[in-house]
Design a protein around this ligand. Sequence first.
Ligand code: G3P
Length: 217
Amino acid sequence: MPAPRLYVDSADVDAVSPLLSGSLVHGVTTNPTILERAGRTVADIPELYARWAGEGAREIFFQAWGDDEAALERRAREILALGELAVVKVPATRVGFGVAARLAREGAPVLLTAVFTPAQALAAASCGIRYIAAYLGRMRDAGFDAVGDIARMQAACGDSATEVLAASLRTPDDIVALAEAGVPTFTAAPDVLWAALAHPATDDAAAVFEASPSLAS
Ligand code: G3P
């Protein structure tokens, strides 16, 4: 399996900053719901891009929107024009698939989002789309064998250039279960990432080190 890679799934700049500036994550992923949760709108996209680029993000994901193909593609191109760190997310709808495939054919970095089935993953890989976002938590809520199906997505992508980006992760164990199934790339909310990084037993051990008389100078 390639080296694991973590992204933060949030538009809360105060929550994203420490993860980016500490080089703990590779980049930032967002969607309209995530913007809304952070009290942001699409009007803030250029400002967020500039901020996260300055904080060291290596990839920054924003989602295109629009009822029809022309609107979706226009916004996708506007997102790509933000700069070389931008990756555009497009929902894996009939319309979205067409836009994503066309942009991918031009070599643009595209993520097909809200992918629920291995067949969708296979189709994305056949179109050369860079990433698919698989929604573990929502798949589980809907009664899918979520870990098993995401492992099948990974297998469907095979040696293609398409990577599975696991999303809708609710606990550190979700990340580990997927890694054990061969999926190396994850995006998660800041609290899930911190829960994966820290543990009370580690804090206890660190407190004992700090209290050691050997530190007296
Ligand atoms: O990146 C996808 C994510 O935002 C969906 O997660 O927690 O709303 O199911 P959730």
